[in-house]
Design a protein around this ligand. Structure first.
Ligand SMILES: [Zn+2]
Length: 466
């Protein structure tokens, strides 16, 4: 499939006002399967922690195999529409389906329990303040994406979730040539993770957002040790790179690294893996390479100080409330993991700042990225801690002291909400889905290319994830 065709398909995705609720998403997939029983096969692949059946929809009978999974982070629902649009396209557009010659295994959402806890903002995802107030992200050891088995150095992880087990079995049954884990970011521009340095694919990954009028995110990468294959395209190096980087900083990797990712598991079968990270909001600063007057090291220290102050406040409230809390909500579990993690991030950023050359000046994009991370973290994790405390006040189990802590946090949270970045613009959902859809087509097209060298054997691609 040529790039022009991919761009045409990526730019003709229907628009939506918000994101589908879990039941709605499943109903749409079931309706598609019911309408096309000859093309869609539904298979139960597992059960969520709260007892909900997990399904994979097998579409087509092409000679290549692809696994596409949504909801790996349940606060990232752009992939819900992408999964549905992909499924509908492969059922109704025979020319595209035949060009890609692929059997698709699509899981609309692998963590329905977690996604349901985000549903309160799905009808209006464009208001960041409302979004953060109803935000839920599982603690790292409860995230499907990062709970694949892992053994590297001092890290050993085998507390695989039921949802992750279902995902692992799907990968091992299908042995996919392509794995797409559907993620998204929050603010800024578009960036990707790709498991192989493929210039033809990367060219299309750049062309798709350009055709949709979305900027690439060329500012601060999500993690400082990431290896850039091209602007806004990062290698999927697995946990080894993170481990070595943290060890080099004098930070214990065992405190930051837990499970491996789905990509590490799929690469055991030689799969090409891709992740398209998309924001809900764009900001002109996110792609601005103009130098500022602030040295990069000072920017890191300044943002670390701000994050430290917010993190300490959250930690103080959590510590004071903890002995009085009796309801083990996912919000509390998440807060117990994320709030102390903020202090760890502050330490890492200060250690990083010490290694940066004093003369290096930050770009506008880097300044925006660092500052916005502070805003993002305190809005997200402050919002989750508020929900943890409110679970007790609503249930009637909160002593007066917990009510007062709740009020104190609500007041502080309101000031963070008021401090929200100005100048950000919500992005139409059709464009976000278009980028993810285009990235899938680009990779599937590469996999289906008959001139491509055969994939490496299992023995030579085993990673630390095994
Ligand atoms: Zn994610």
């Amino acid at each position: 499939m040529d790039q022009r065709t991919i761009l045409r398909l990526a730019t003709s995705v229907p628009d939506h006002d918000g994101f589908p609720l879990v039941d709605d998403l499943h109903a749409r997939f079931d309706a598609l399967a019911a309408a096309h029983p000859d093309q869609v096969t539904v298979t139960r692949i597992g059960t969520s922690r709260l007892g909900e059946p997990l399904h994979s929809y097998r579409i087509g009978s092409g000679s290549h195999a692809a696994v596409v999974v949504g909801g790996v982070h349940p606060n990232e629902p752009i992939g819900s529409w992408t999964a549905l649009h992909l499924a509908e396209t492969m059922v109704t557009d025979q020319v595209t389906a035949e060009a890609l010659d692929t059997t698709w295994h699509i899981v609309p959402t692998i963590d329905p329990d977690g996604m349901r806890l985000n549903e309160a903002w799905f009808d209006d995802p464009f208001d960041r303040v409302r979004y953060a107030r109803h935000f839920y992200r599982p603690a790292p050891d409860s995230q499907v994406e990062w709970t694949f088995p892992n053994s590297h150095g001092s890290v050993y992880f085998d507390q695989v979730l039921p949802e992750t087990l279902a995902f692992m079995r799907l990968i091992d049954d299908v042995r996919p040539e392509l794995l797409v884990s559907l993620h998204n970011g929050e603010m800024g521009g578009v960036y990707y993770y790709l498991s192989e340095d493929l210039p033809d694919v990367i060219d299309t990954l750049h062309a798709v957002p350009r055709a949709l009028g979305l900027p690439l995110d060329t500012g601060e990468p999500e993690s400082p040790y990431l290896r850039e294959l091209a602007p806004a395209v990062f290698a999927m190096d697995g946990v080894e790179a993170a481990y070595d980087y943290l060890e080099g900083l004098g930070v214990d990797p065992g405190e930051h690294i837990h499970g491996a990712s789905s990509a590490a598991w799929a690469m055991r079968h030689g799969a090409l893996c891709v992740v398209a990270e998309l924001p809900y909001w764009s900001h002109p600063d996110a792609d601005d390479q103009t130098p500022t007057t602030e040295p990069y090291a000072e920017l890191l220290r300044r943002c670390a100080d701000e994050l430290d102050a917010s993190g300490r406040e959250l930690q103080e409230i959590l510590d004071a409330a903890s002995p009085m809390l009796t309801i083990e909500t996912p919000f509390l579990e998440g807060s117990r993991a994320f709030v102390p993690m903020i202090a760890g991030m502050v330490d890492t950023d200060r250690a990083r700042a010490d290694r940066e050359p004093a003369a290096r000046v930050a770009t506008v994009a880097e300044r925006f990225g660092c500052e916005d991370l502070v805003r993002c973290f305190r809005l997200r994790y402050g919002g989750m801690l508020l929900r943890a405390l409110e679970s007790e006040t609503t249930a009637g189990t909160a002593p007066a002291a917990v009510r007062r802590l709740r009020d104190r946090l609500a007041e502080r949270y309101a000031s963070w909400q008021a401090d929200e970045a100005t100048g950000s613009e919500p992005i139409a959902i059709s464009r976000l889905v278009g980028v993810q859809f285009g990235a899938i087509l680009a990779c599937a097209s590469h996999v289906a290319d008959p001139t491509r060298a055969s994939r490496p054997s299992l023995a030579t691609t085993t990673t630390g994830g095994a």
